[in-house]
Design a protein around this ligand. Structure first.
Ligand code: ATP
Ligand code: MG
Length: 402
């Protein structure tokens, strides 16, 4: 089968063709593989373009730079190099099969057999290749599965999961993004049966999959399956408020918004910072993500307590527009008016500094900070309207009275 002209232009870009040409001139072949081919078949937007090639990674490291293409050895041990063309990276992985696996990493052997490379991939829809002529290579019926939304393991689901336990989470992630209708029975029962193996995975990899899953347009069905199959309980057992996630998605649709995986995770959790901190630590989230999760745990209640535009601005000043907007979606009720306030929000700059207080004759020391904080609190309570002169006057007054 051949990709149509439109599909070809999407994935056989000039940069991709350049890489393919260099491989062919060196006596090998490179084809586009994985997500890009899957997405073009589905008729969806394509992300990164990955390639598979018959040439060993060391050979790629020679021939691409010789043609002026920058190359980064991103994963030589498993056959991956990254070519950089016009500041875009293209992962090129040598055809391989996995000879030994321990559920976490595989020992690989390079091959020149395309079908063998396809067979070591996880799902049928992820094992599609397109060559320079636009010919589609589909060894396991993946094109049909991509179109119908059938996420299906290549081969025996349990065996494939035992080779690499991360595939459990990948199954739910791909189902969240591309699944239509009921999930594949064999895949789901294998995930259920082997859910207890997921603690052997690194927290970072689990977190990455969970956040990617939850970033799907509507992850509700997939997350429910994660819960029902006992997989969610292994790393995110507190994330059970599926009704709140559903409500969040509905509100996103109503306001044509799309929140990220972390905000969706927050919606599944109870509204308390301690739980957010616990799960952030377990999933080894970055400090930034952990702080954000904790903020999203407490902000909805703060929003309920500080009604009105002025109350909202007070919270915006303390927490920033990004978190407050997400928190707004986590709450029930109408948010149209609040969104207008957030759109108009520009973080005001507190107009006075410590040196201003010093200049007024108060000696440097802890007293300066105390006065500053008091004036800032007064300035916030006045909805950020007071001028620099008014703040200085208030500081002088405060200095006299306290
Ligand atoms: P995305 O759009 O998220 O990038 P993708 O399908 O490209 O989706 P990647 O994680 O980038 O996913 O992996 C690229 C390809 O490598 C996959 O399509 C799949 O063929 C293969 N692959 C990745 N991870 C695994 C795995 N754990 N087991 C088997 N095959 C895998
Ligand atoms: Mg990819």
């Amino acid at each position: 089968m051949k990709l149509d002209a439109e599909q070809q232009t999407q994935i056989l870009t000039p940069a991709v063709r350049r890489i393919m040409d260099v491989a062919r001139e060196a006596g090998g072949e490179a084809r586009v593989v994985g997500g890009a081919v899957r997405d073009v078949i589905r008729g969806g937007k394509i992300g990164d373009i990955d390639l598979a090639s018959t040439l060993p990674p060391q050979r790629m490291m020679e021939i691409l730079p010789a043609q002026g293409i920058k190359i980064v050895p991103t994963g030589l041990a498993h056959g991956t190099v990254t070519a950089v063309v016009d500041h875009v990276g293209y992962e090129i992985t040598t055809l391989r099969h996995d000879v030994e696996t321990d559920g976490r990493r595989a020992q690989v052997e390079f091959t020149d057999d395309w079908q063998s490379d396809a067979a070591r991939r996880d799902f049928t829809m992820n094992a599609l290749y397109a060559d320079a002529d636009g010919t589609l290579y589909d060894y396991f019926g993946g094109a049909e599965d991509a179109r119908t939304g059938h996420v299906r393991f290549i081969g025996d689901a349990e065996a494939r999961i035992r080779e690499d336990v991360l595939r459990i989470l990948r199954f739910f992630r791909f189902y969240a993004w591309f699944g239509k209708g009921d999930p594949d029975d064999a895949a789901l029962s294998a995930c259920r049966a082997l859910a207890n193996l997921t603690p052997t995975l690194s927290a970072e990899r689990v977190a990455k999959e969970i956040l990617k899953l939850l970033a799907a347009e509507n992850p509700v069905a997939a997350w429910r399956l994660m819960m029902d199959s006992g997989v969610a309980a292994q790393g995110a057992g507190e994330a059970v408020d599926i009704a709140r996630l559903s409500a969040l998605i509905e509100r996103e649709q109503k306001y044509a918004a799309r929140l990220d995986g972390l905000a969706r995770l927050a919606s599944l959790l109870p509204e308390n910072a301690a739980t957010a901190e616990k799960i952030a630590a377990r999933l080894k989230l970055s400090n930034r993500d952990g702080d954000r999760l904790a903020a999203l745990a407490i902000l909805p209640e703060q929003l309920r307590k500080n009604a009105g535009a002025q109350g909202l601005r007070r919270i915006l000043y303390a927490h920033g527009a990004e978190n407050v907007q997400a928190a707004l979606f986590l709450n029930e009720g109408d948010i149209g008016a609040a969104l207008t306030v957030i759109e108009a929000w520009e973080n005001p700059l507190f107009p006075i500094k410590g040196e201003d207080i010093v200049a007024s004759g108060i000696p440097a020391g802890p007293r300066i900070g105390e006065i500053l904080r008091a004036v800032e609190e007064w300035w916030i309570a006045g909805d950020f309207r007071s001028s620099r002169a008014a703040c200085l006057a208030h500081a002088a007054q405060y200095g006299k009275n306290h």
